[in-house]
Design a protein around this ligand. Structure first.
Ligand SMILES: [Mg+2]
Length: 267
């Protein structure tokens, strides 16, 4: 296609693996990138686990990866809050599990309990499998009282091995309904994670290819950021859905899998 790509950003679920199973062609594609000297990073809306967890999972599947090559929405949230707060002390009330808490622990952040009467500076919503009515109350009151309201992502569903579970967007919507306020969403389709990718590998957008399986997150983010976009049909999107996509949701390249993508872009 005559594209000069120096950095490939890849989504994980539906592109590299499905649950714990490697998708055909993923290892081939990464091996080819390494041989060609093209840099690659992984960009995921996941919030549950640490970057090291995903890097280890990738290595177990035979995909060379380090923690610094993984950008999760939890990590991006840490970078976003760091940009706002620097080294200042602040408090946060989280609907989240360890992945996000661990990232934010590197800042001068105090985590408030659901029973705390102190108003948090930030209410940050991620995936919380131990959500309770008490936590929703605390989050609602603090947002209404002026806390910065952040959603790590706004995904309606969370893909798991045998199907789907309710995603972060379910909690974000609940709190938006309760408070009448809109959350700032850090993850895809916000372009923030691609900006972080460009901090790591300094190349212009015209040299970047974003590869994903979802139109309203991966492809929308890529098009908004002005990078090249490719949709692979190994995940949640069917060919007929891609054919109906318009405007910013339309990928520049469509490929059956990563093997076909390689020959379309680099072959
Ligand atoms: Mg995906």
């Amino acid at each position: 296609m005559g594209l000069e790509i120096e950095l490939v950003c890849l989504d994980l679920d539906g592109v590299i693996y499905r649950g714990d199973v490697l998708i055909d062609g993923a290892r081939f594609f990464i091996q080819k990138l390494i041989e060609r000297g093209v840099e690659y990073l992984f960009v995921t809306n996941s919030t549950l686990f640490s970057r090291e967890f995903y890097a280890r999972k990738l290595r177990k599947l035979g995909i060379p990866a380090t923690k610094d090559m993984v950008i999760t929405a939890a990590y991006a949230t840490y970078k976003y809050v760091e940009m706002r707060e620097g080294t200042s002390a602040f408090s946060a009330f989280l609907l989240a599990e360890r992945g996000l808490r661990r990232e934010l622990s590197r800042l001068n952040c105090r985590f408030l309990k659901p029973t705390s009467s102190e108003r948090a500076d930030y209410v940050i919503v991620a995936l919380d499998r131990r959500i309770t009515y008490g936590k929703l109350c605390k989050a609602t009151w603090d947002i209404m009282d002026g806390a910065v309201f952040i959603g790590v992502n706004n995904d309606a569903l969370w893909p798991v091995e045998n199907g789907f579970m309710p995603g972060v967007g379910v909690f974000v919507s609940a709190l938006e309904t309760a408070t009448g306020r809109k959350a700032y969403i850090v993850g895809k389709p916000n372009t923030f994670m691609l900006e972080l990718a460009r901090e790591k590998v300094k190349v212009p957008p015209s040299r970047i290819l974003m590869v994903g399986d979802k139109l309203d997150s991966d492809i929308l983010m890529g098009n908004r950021a002005g990078v090249h976009t490719a949709l692979v049909l190994t995940g949640v999107t069917s060919l007929s859905e891609v054919e109906q996509a318009e405007g910013e949701l339309k990928p520049e390249i469509v490929a059956e899998d990563l093997v076909e993508l390689w020959s379309k872009v680099f072959g």
